[in-house]
Design a protein around this ligand. Sequence first.
Ligand SMILES: [Zn+2]
Length: 64
Amino acid sequence: MSHCKRCNRPLKSGESIIRQYGPTCWQRHLDDLEQEFLKNQLTIFDILRDTINGGDEDVTREMC
Ligand SMILES: [Zn+2]
C-alpha cells in the first residue's frame, strides 16, 4: 500500500498513488514548488524573455 509522502496517510486513488501525494498534499506540494521557484527569482517570463532576446539577435545577424 502506498502512502502520502507528506502526511503518510494511505493513498486510495490510482492518481494519488502515481503522484505519491494525496489530493490536498499534492496541491500543497505544488505551492511549495512555486514558492521555491519565486525564491530563486526565476519566472517563466524571465526565461522566455531571455530566449526571445537571444532569438532576435540571431535573426538580426542572419538578416545582415
Ligand atoms: Zn498527504
